[in-house]
Each structure stands twice: as structure tokens, then as C-alpha cells.
Design a protein around this ligand. Structure first.
Ligand code: FES
Length: 169
């Protein structure tokens, strides 16, 4: 007499094996997607690192002691009383809030967590961990130009960061 084999219900072990394989596939796809996205964003980052020169005005438009907001670059052009220019990012180095210049106190004051920076972008009060970023400045035929495509990170202010008009190019 022939024996008829009835289909067995899915065993617990078989179910768990299939579940783990399924989870492994999902994890692999997630890692693959993350890798592709990070490669694409890396390419985008290097594109924004390209030169992007803007003309912001004549030298005489920026007298010593002035701090001028340059909307196109989201930065401030600071002409120190002691001489020398700095193009300072308005993005706070703590969590990225836009920082206003407060003329009465002659300092940058972050509205988010109260970091304070002096006219050179140096931290006077934390939680900001480092000085505000800079952009390269050059002086061409009495015009001030700033390269807003190349921000420069720094820990603090140093006099060699100052750009001087006599360094004509
Ligand atoms: S974002 Fe400026 S202090 Fe936090």
C-alpha cells in the first residue's frame, strides 16, 4: 500500500531562516543605498568647492572699522581699524544659525544659543567650538572680490588671515 505524504506545515526553524534571509537582504539594500547617496553627496560637495568669485564694491566703499553684510555670499566683509580685511561667514560654527552683527556692542551674537564672536570672527563666548569661517579676498583694480566657493575653516583668528589691499593681484 502506497503511503501518501501530506504537506507539513511550515516549521518554526524554516520560518526563522527565511525571516533572517529577508532581513539580511533589506540590510544589504540599505547599506547599498547609503553608500550610493554618500558618493553622490561627496561629488556635490566638491562641486561647491569650486571658485565662485563675486565683486562686492570699491575699496572706498568699506572704510576702516566697517562691517558690511554681503547678501550674495551670506557673509560679512570686515575692514579692521588696524587695517586688513576679512570676509567672514555668517553661519555659526555651533549649529549653523545665521549670525547678525550687533553694531552697539561691535560683535556677532548668535540668536540660537548665545555664542559671541568679535569682529575677526574669533569666539568670545561658547558653545561655538571655533572661529567663523573665512572666504579668500583679493583686490583687483581697486575692486574687492571674494571667492564664495572656497570657505576656510579655522580654530581662531591669526593676523596672517587678514587680506591687505597692497597685495594687489
Ligand atoms: S547655533 Fe550659534 S550658538 Fe548654537
Amino acid at each position: 500500500m502506497a503511503m501518501v505524504k501530506t504537506p507539513q506545515p511550515t516549521s518554526r526553524r524554516g520560518f526563522l531562516t527565511r525571516l533572517w534571509i529577508g532581513l539580511g537582504v533589506v540590510a544589504f539594500l540599505q547599506i547599498l543605498a547609503t553608500t550610493v547617496l554618500s558618493l553622490l553627496s561627496g561629488r556635490k560637495r566638491s562641486q561647491t568647492g569650486q571658485d565662485q568669485i563675486i565683486e562686492v564694491g570699491k575699496l572706498s566703499d568699506f572704510p576702516p572699522g566697517s562691517v558690511t553684510f554681503i547678501a550674495l555670499g551670506h557673509l560679512y566683509l570686515c575692514h579692521l581699524d588696524t587695517g586688513g580685511f576679512l570676509a567672514i561667514s555668517r553661519k555659526c560654527t555651533h549649529l549653523g544659525c545665521a549670525i547678525p552683527w550687533v553694531t552697539e556692542r561691535k560683535q556677532f551674537e548668535c540668536p540660537c544659543h548665545a555664542s559671541v564672536f568679535d569682529i575677526t570672527g574669533k569666539v568670545l563666548k561658547s558653545p561655538a567650538p571655533r572661529a567663523l569661517d573665512l572666504y579668500p579676498i583679493s583686490f583687483k583694480r581697486n575692486q574687492v572680490t571674494i571667492n564664495i566657493g572656497k570657505s576656510i575653516k579655522r580654530s581662531t583668528f591669526k593676523t596672517e588671515q587678514l587680506a591687505h589691499p597692497q597685495e594687489l593681484s
